[in-house]
Design a protein around this ligand. Structure first.
Ligand code: PLP
Ligand code: COI
Length: 356
């Protein structure tokens, strides 16, 4: 749906800021919330006037469709402050487009581009003091849409709520992770919802991930749903594998999220002169490369985790360790992308977006 006029956002400020209760030097990921949220309701077939209100509970009827049929989609993005106090986003238009790709798949009405961008900017301006400046921290931004219409009929809701909530956050993982190659469960399937950031995709990952945690692994490496032979994603990240000096990542499909970090890392790696291959990559190829020592490194890539090095993986009851490299691609690529995030380097790709 496209609405060409800029929205007028009604703003109601909190009388009781919580900011002084927050220890900005010890921020967990996604636990602390800011003072305000952006909200907009879909009622009578259209998105209503957007508002910014004090962060608060949302009251729903027990028959709300979100509880029964899981119509919910979300995004994950971050705002960064540079040393001059300016606020930046990274490729926010891509998040805006992707939430509507996800919404369409879940039969949720698309949220107008202008509302998303104007709402996001207005909220970030209001919450400017909440954007952390401590090393490695940022303001995690969670836009989401969910079904608020009532009734147990298994059909799309006629009412929805769009919300943007924010959380000053530290690292998602502050160490390398050990992963288990999944041989039984799948996070997505052909013709399914894997390419959408739909809430249920993540709920469905929790049980296999819990089983992997019980065996001592941090996350699961997702393989294709039919053969479990091909490596697709890692936890809630896209995955990169370095064999010799070639960096490999799986092609996106309807099973894989088209990650904004993934596509940026591909561009930066190419810019560094690294040979990048986007192709199917099998578990057998990985094991062979590990056995003949051509497997140099593996890492996950995503907004929350940024670039996350993998220390090793488990497969068929055996553990495989990766070497500790001095000049790893993951260190290089993480530095390049975070320097762009925080306005510490030139932005030759034009990805940075100035909020204020
Ligand atoms: N894959 C999955 C399943 C994810 O949930 C995410 C996180 O958003 C990603 C990949 C990485 O996507 P992005 O880089 O756009 O955050
Ligand atoms: C993100 O990287 O932003 C995500 O959405 C991943 C996760 C926290 C679900």
């Amino acid at each position: 749906m496209s609405i060409d006029v800029s929205p007028t956002i009604k703003i109601k400020k909190t009388q009781h800021s919580k900011i002084h209760e927050v220890d900005f030097n010890n921020l967990p990921f996604g636990q602390v919330v800011t003072d305000h949220m952006f909200v907009c309701d879909f009622i009578d077939g259209k998105w209503q006037q957007p508002q910014i209100v004090p962060y608060q509970n949302i009251i729903l009827d027990p028959s709300s469709k979100i509880f029964h049929y899981g119509q919910s989609v979300f995004e994950g993005m971050k705002a960064y402050k540079d040393k001059d106090g300016k606020t930046w986003l990274f490729r926010p238009e891509d998040n805006q487009k992707r939430i509507n790709i996800s919404a369409k798949r879940m039969a949720i009405p698309e949220f107008p581009e202008e509302y998303f961008m104007e709402g996001l900017k207005a909220l970030l301006k209001l919450e400017s003091d909440w954007i952390p400046t401590t090393n490695g921290s940022s303001l995690y931004i969670r836009p989401f849409i969910f079904a608020t219409g009532n009734g147990f009929h298994a059909s799309p809701s006629d009412e929805y709520k769009f919300v943007i909530a924010c959380s000053p956050s530290g690292a998602y993982f502050d160490r390398k992770v050990k992963l288990l190659i999944e041989q039984k469960y799948s996070r997505s399937a052909n013709g399914g919802v894997g390419y959408a950031k739909a809430g249920g995709n993540y709920g469905g990952q929790f049980y296999p991930t819990k089983l992997a945690n019980e065996k001592g692994y941090d996350q699961v490496i997702w393989t294709d749903d039919t053969s479990h032979q091909y490596i697709e994603e890692a936890g809630a990240m896209n995955i990169f594998i370095r064999i010799g000096d070639t960096l490999i990542t799986a092609p996106t499909s309807d099973r894989i999220l088209d990650g904004i970090t993934r596509k940026s890392i591909i561009e930066i790696a190419k810019d560094e002169g690294i040979n990048v291959e986007i192709r199917k990559f099998s578990v057998n190829e990985l094991i062979d490369a590990c056995d003949n020592s051509t497997l140099k490194e593996m890492f996950g890539a995503g907004t929350a985790a940024i670039v996350l090095p993998i220390s090793g993986f488990g497969f068929n009851g055996r553990d495989y360790d990766l070497p500790d490299l001095n000049n790893s691609y993951s260190d290089l690529l993480k530095k390049r992308i975070t320097d762009i995030y925080y306005n510490r380097s030139e932005d030759k790709f034009g990805w940075r977006y100035l909020v204020e």
